[in-house]
Write a protein that binds this ligand. Structure first.
Ligand code: SAM
Length: 291
């Protein structure tokens, strides 16, 4: 089987199949073998693993995953790539090509039937236009996860791993860190792809927490509070929560809770740690259990 991960081999497959890149599917194919090896290594894929690949493209990373893993399921939305994948992966008996939209797929059922409910590894060079819904969808689906190792826009990787008080810290940082431990495995320049994206990229590994780092009584409230705090970044936490259409606590309830947490009245949401957001959420849900 010819390895696709270099510019000539990729261009040859594209020409032979008269494949036209579709911008709307975020198609940038990886053509750098060092980066590919780094991704597989960062994910820690072994022959025990079932791996879900999102968006295999022409099958470049899928070939490497096939060699490293026990079994691979690769989910691709683009009709035109399915016959190409059947050909490029014809020698890979442990790869299942699934034609569909990852956002519509029942990943939990797939993991259950293919991996008996054991933790799954997700490896992908993601389509950047839907990075957040894919990741949050995986975390919220309840699918047992080992790690998610993905190529994303560099700026998104920075936001995922940011801590309080930094410019990149926000709702995405808190949501990701509630579910997983981020680790930046590599920065990847545009010339590692065909066509070149007009942004820098990075490989980030999100290792799922076995136990959540904070205990909250009402997860939905925690996330409403986080969203409200960062929707109006320049405002104080009290004003952000008070102005949010998603919350119905009175100004007094909010001010009292902030004081009970030992925080100054003028504190901004961007200064709070995940632990402090969890405490805020628990204080408020005890005040108003049905909110
Ligand atoms: N894995 C390949 C590589 O590294 O060369 C291709 C990566 S490319 C950045 C993203 C891939 O995701 C494309 O093949 C694209 O067609 C596919 N894709 C886009 N949206 C998708 C969706 N909603 N569900 C499944 N695949 C999707």
């Amino acid at each position: 089987m010819e390895r696709l991960v270099d510019p000539q081999a990729t261009i040859a497959v594209i020409r032979k199949n008269e494949f036209a890149f579709q911008k709307r599917f975020g198609q940038n194919f990886l053509v750098d073998s060092h980066v590919l090896d780094k991704i597989i290594r960062a994910a820690g894929v072994t022959k025990d693993d079932f791996v879900l690949e999102i968006g295999p493209g022409i099958g470049t990373m899928t070939q490497a995953l096939s060699e490293a893993a026990r079994q691979v399921a690769a989910v691709e939305i683009d009709d035109h790539l399915i016959p190409i994948l059947k050909e490029t992966l014809s020698g890979c008996a442990n790869v299942e090509i699934i034609h569909g939209d990852i956002l519509q797929l029942d990943v939990k059922a797939l993991a259950e039937s293919r991996n008996g409910g054991k933790p799954v590894k997700v490896v992908a060079n993601l389509p950047y236009y839907i990075t957040t819904p894919i990741i949050m969808g995986l975390f919220e689906s309840g699918v047992p996860l080992d790690n998610i190792t993905i190529m994303v826009q560099k700026e998104v990787a920075d936001r995922m791993k940011a801590g309080p008080g930094t410019k990149d810290y926000g709702a995405l940082s808190l949501a990701v860190q509630y579910y997983a431990e981020p680790y930046l495995a590599a920065n990847v320049p545009p010339n590692c792809f065909i066509p070149r994206p007009n942004v820098g990229s990075a490989v980030i590994r999100l290792t799922a927490h076995r136990e959540k780092p904070v205990q909250v009584e009402d997860e939905a409230l925690l996330f409403r509070l986080i969203r409200a705090s960062f929707n109006q970044r320049r405002k104080t936490l009290a004003n952000g929560l008070n102005n949010s259409p998603e919350l119905s606590f009175s100004k007094e309830e909010i001010q009292e809770t902030i004081a009970e947490l030992g925080l100054p009245a003028s504190v901004r949401g961007e200064a709070l740690t995940l632990e402090q957001f969890a405490a805020l959420s628990n204080y408020l849900s005890r005040r108003r259990p049905t909110d």
